[in-house]
Design a protein around this ligand. Structure first.
Ligand code: UD1
Ligand code: CA
Length: 444
């Protein structure tokens, strides 16, 4: 059986009250839409159709080349949206699985079970349903006195008795293609002025066909995002899934409910993550580290046995046994070699700190290359910007930079040289010498 998947993403998402199309709102740091595409692609590679409409240009950009795009020019309802795919799929697919792009948490395995049930069921429609106490605005599954599915009633059109039904339509269904296309043309206009895909059920039943319902077992998978409150619920579920996976993999999360790890992050075994820690983007963390509390790490690589406390790291590289914080800020291009110690209120940008170098308190290093076993005294600053251009500072191995030294770049401090407290260094300092004063002069 040749299966096609159709993902509907044309709606505006009015209930989000946003200028951004609903399917582009971020969930776990990725646009909502990317989840249903990835889930569908894990089931089949093609034909995979994405129906877009509202905010089409922006949505198209995010969708990329992995899907065939069909535009629904006017958003006249879910039935009308699927109808737009007829010309692309009519001669291609024998079965069509329809999912909504606002259901990011559904698993590939669930889609597979539905497609398999449909293939053997003999009904023109197989619905994925869920029984849940909170109906969340879902369509209700109406059954006749013999227990057969007779219709899906949307919440807006439901009678009080139907509103009490707790068997709900998830928004996922599989259709026989030869049955689907002619019947989509026959959908009635609903009282809301839309063509509801869900009205196909009543059409099938009116023709004496049976409609199959497969019950899904995990209500969390079925969350549809219609409002910002739904988005927050989905975020919490996604976070729980990711955190659970890391704990299973041997990572300690002291408080998973305040630990935020994007699905792009990698973490080595026996690392401990303390509360309120955010790990984002292309971040790789080694084994036996201790991160947090109150730490943000973005696009950063951290080696083994590092400690980072209450700090912000962005685009940085930490080798093994590095110790950072509290209250440090590493910016893009910061590279801390093995065993570096960076204490409180320091900032490092686009700079290399060699092995064993220490920068304890209140310092800024920008565009600097620092050798090994250098001591950066409290309050040291690289004056790297003259108002127009950035300039480099070089500090060679074993140098001792006295407290409150201003290094006016471009400038070089030779190996094992020293600067006195408060020195303003405007010229290179030869190796092994001592410079002090304002502007700094070499002693002796
Ligand atoms: C829909 C179902 C409801 C189900 C629920 C599950 C219908 C009529 N109702 O309601 O039974 O319980 O999902 O989440 O199908 N869309 C288009 N073009 C349109 C209209 C919508 O592409 O003209 C897309 C939207 O972008 C969205 C999806 O279809 O991704 C569902 O639309 P939405 O308005 O969210 O439907 P619900 O009210 O949630
Ligand atoms: Ca929805």
């Amino acid at each position: 059986m040749r299966l096609a998947v159709v993902i509907l993403a044309a709606g505006q998402g009015t209930r989000m009250k946003s200028r951004l199309p609903k399917v582009l709102h971020p969930l776990g740091g990725h646009p909502l839409l990317t989840y249903s595409i990835a889930t569908a692609r894990a089931l089949i590679e093609a034909p995979l159709i994405l129906v877009i409409g509202h905010g089409a240009e922006a949505v198209r950009e995010i969708a990329g080349s992995q899907v065939t795009i069909v535009v629904q020019p006017e958003q006249l309802g879910t039935g009308h949206a699927v109808l737009q795919t007829e010309s692309v799929l009519a001669d291609v697919a024998e079965a069509v699985l329809v999912v909504y792009a606002d259901m990011p948490l559904i698993r590939t395995e669930t889609l597979r079970r539905l497609a398999e049930a449909h293939a053997v069921g003999g009904s023109p429609i197989t619905l994925l349903t869920i029984s849940a106490d909170n109906p969340r605005g879902f369509g209700r599954i109406v059954r006749d006195t013999t227990g057969r599915v007779s219709a899906i009633v949307e919440e807006a059109q439901a009678t009080p008795a139907q509103l009490a039904i707790r068997e709900l339509y998830t928004g996922v269904a599989c259709y026989d293609a030869t049955w689907l296309w002619p019947h989509l043309h026959r959908l009635p206009l609903s009282p809301s002025g839309e063509f509801y895909l869900t009205d196909l059920v009543a059409l099938a039943v009116a023709e004496g066909r049976s409609v199959q319902a497969l019950s899904a077992d995990d209500p969390e998978e079925m969350i549809g995002i219609n409002t910002r409150a739904h988005l927050a619920e989905a975020e919490a579920i996604l976070r729980r899934r990711i955190n659970h996976r890391w704990m299973e993999a041997g990572i300690t999360l002291i408080d998973p409910s305040t630990t935020y790890i994007q699905d792009t992050v990698e973490i080595g075994p026996d690392t401990v993550i303390l509360p309120n820690t955010h790990l984002w983007g292309q971040t790789r963390i080694g084994a036996e580290c201790r991160l947090g509390p109150n730490t943000i790490v973005r696009d950063t690589t951290i080696g083994d046995r590092c400690r980072v406390e209450a700090s912000v790291l962005e685009g940085a590289l930490l080798e093994d046994d590095v110790d950072v914080g509290p209250f440090a800020h590493l910016r893009p291009g910061a590279h801390l070699a093995r065993g570096v110690h960076m204490g409180n209120f320091g900032e490092v940008k686009n700079s290399y700190l060699g092995p064993g170098t220490k920068m304890g308190h209140f310092s800024y290093l920008g565009d600097a290359t620092v050798g090994q076993n250098v001591n950066i005294g409290a309050g040291t600053i690289t004056c790297n910007y003259d108002g127009e251009r950035k300039h480099p500072t070089i500090i060679e191995d074993g140098a001792f930079i006295g407290s409150d030294t201003m290094l006016v770049a471009p400038v070089r401090v030779g190996h094992d040289a020293k600067t006195g407290a408060g020195a303003v260094v405007t010229h290179d300092i030869p190796p092994g010498s001592v410079a002090y004063g304002v502007p700094a002069r070499v002693k002796g």
